[in-house]
Design a protein around this ligand. Structure first.
Ligand SMILES: C[S@@+](CC[C@H](N)C(=O)[O-])C[C@H]1O[C@@H](n2cnc3c(N)ncnc32)[C@H](O)[C@@H]1O
Length: 462
């Protein structure tokens, strides 16, 4: 095993943590700075009792001045020592008693200053018993729940989700509630993740995208991929489905070629595959364009893995895109609904001065309504001057942006999906540009569940 890598991957250049796979029940789950965080959640009448029990330890396990309101309850933030003891199940007896009674909950990963506290996940068994779903899944780097829209439609039950961004958490909670939603995954003890059949993650793509610096695993955000490995290694779900940008395949020494036989994969991609194999999975990947399922050209890379030794997993086949997908004009809103998205005069002037307008004009900047939209990016609104695709609407004086609902439809989110909130209306564009396309996820997940023998159960239920 490569001692430089927590999972022994042969392509890993850089040690992440000073540990090895044999430590997985110990320090491996600790956050990058090695300091666990967490809080005890209690009702107001129990607060003094909790504080007293924590103060009885030397040193005090409660952080000073760190009692915060949370959804009508109190969150008592713990010191590093306190969070460590709680994470390892070694709380002082007085606290253990309160935990056993259920009057206090431990929330590993809850950081002081985080605007939202999320409750611990239910056990998968409880979750499955609570409704008649057929399989349990988790969604890491959940964003606004693109995987969840797809997998719930297949009869799945989300038993754990993790998302660090407060606006995303709000959007997620508005649609799915916050019962299973945790914050920063680096601070979550893998032991609190309930057992599940399918792990899903669209891990952060900034280190890999063509638009960024392409530092791959040299970028701290690239290291978040190791969180996927950590949870896979600890929970050993039957399968996983991961998504990221297509050009990750060619970073660090690879190159793309129109002839797939001539494509050369780079070190980053090889490392991802070898790390996933090292934690016990047979892995396949495929670059898929979403435009068969949604009216948007969106090439993404998908990784599917089956726990080694599962006999049915050999039947897995990547889905074919449906024929005759919808065109862009079929998802547009009326001019009346869309007029709020008309460019201001200043914005329109900026567009007309941009290099893209000067070189390509309307054909380059205006959407081809009878075709497919270009890839929606997280900077759609922010990059309006140079790149955002605009709609030329004869009923409006100036071109307009896509509405948020149109963006959601371009991604394949159902119209019942609630977008943003009064604090984060514009963040919805960002969130949608970062998301996965639920119809594509649904098609791939369907194929996974088929090969696991789970899907026929779904069909019987319907
Ligand atoms: C590519 S987006 C995933 C979008 C998601 N698949 C969807 O459909 O909406 C990556 C997400 O990871 C979140 N994230 C980044 N660091 C995180 C961390 N340490 N813990 C949890 N979530 C994190 C980001 O806020 C972002 O929403």
């Amino acid at each position: 095993m490569d001692q430089n890598h927590p999972f022994g991957g042969s392509h890993c250049k850089k040690p992440r943590r000073d540990t090895s796979i044999s430590d997985v029940d110990g320090p491996l789950w600790l956050p990058r700075n090695g300091c666990p965080v967490g809080a005890l959640l209690c009702d107001i009448p129990r607060l003094q009792e909790v504080l007293k029990a924590l103060a009885a330890e030397k040193p005090n396990l409660a952080r000073p001045k760190a009692v915060k309101d949370y959804n009508g309850r109190k969150a008592v933030h713990l010191t590093i020592e306190g969070a460590t003891l709680l994470c390892f199940g070694q709380a002082p007896e007085a606290i253990n008693k309160l935990l056993r009674e259920g009057s206090v909950e431990f929330l590993p990963g809850l950081r002081l200053g985080a605007q939202r506290c999320r409750g611990p996940a239910r056990s998968a068994e409880k979750a499955l018993a609570s409704n008649s779903s057929c399989f349990a899944f988790v969604e890491l780097f959940a964003g606004i729940g693109g995987f969840r829209w797809a997998l719930e439609a297949l009869g799945g039950q989300c038993v754990f989700a993790s998302e660090i961004d407060v606006d995303c958490q709000d959007a997620y909670a508005a649609n799915f509630g916050s019962e299973d939603l945790y914050g920063d995954i680096t601070a979550v003890d893998a032991k609190v993740v309930p057992s599940h059949e399918l792990l899903t993650a669209g891990f952060p793509c900034q280190p890999f995208t063509r638009r960024g610096e392409r530092l791959g695993f040299e970028d701290a955000r690239g290291e978040l991929f190791f969180e996927v490995l950590r949870i896979l290694h600890s929970c050993k779900p039957k399968a996983f489905l991961l998504e990221n940008v297509w050009n990750m395949q060619f970073l660090d020494g690879g190159h793309w070629d129109a002839d797939p036989q001539k494509c050369v994969f780079g070190e980053v991609y090889k490392k991802v595959i070898s790390c996933l194999e090292d934690v016990g999975y047979e892995v396949q990947s495929k670059q898929i364009n979403s435009d068969g399922w949604v009216p948007q050209k969106r090439e993404r890379l998908y990784f599917v893995g089956f726990r080694r030794g599962l006999p049915l997993a050999k039947d897995f086949q990547w889905p074919e895109p449906p024929a005759n997908g919808r065109s862009l004009e079929e998802v547009l809103e009326s001019a009346e609904m869309a007029q709020c998205c008309e460019l201001t005069e200043a914005q329109w002037r900026a567009v007309q001065k941009s290099s893209t307008w000067l070189s390509g004009g309307a054909p380059l900047r205006f959407a081809q309504l009878e075709g497919k939209a270009r890839t929606l990016t997280s900077s759609y609104k922010a990059s309006f001057a140079c790149t955002a695709e605009l709609v030329s609407d004869p009923q409006l004086e100036r071109p307009r942006f896509f509405t948020r609902r149109e963006c959601a439809r371009l991604m394949g989110f159902p119209d019942k999906c609630l977008l943003g909130n009064e604090h984060s209306e514009n963040r919805a564009y960002h969130q949608l540009g970062n998301a996965v396309c639920p119809p594509v996820i649904k098609a791939i997940a369907e194929a996974i569940l088929h090969s696991l023998g789970i899907l026929p159960m779904v069909h019987r239920k319907q």
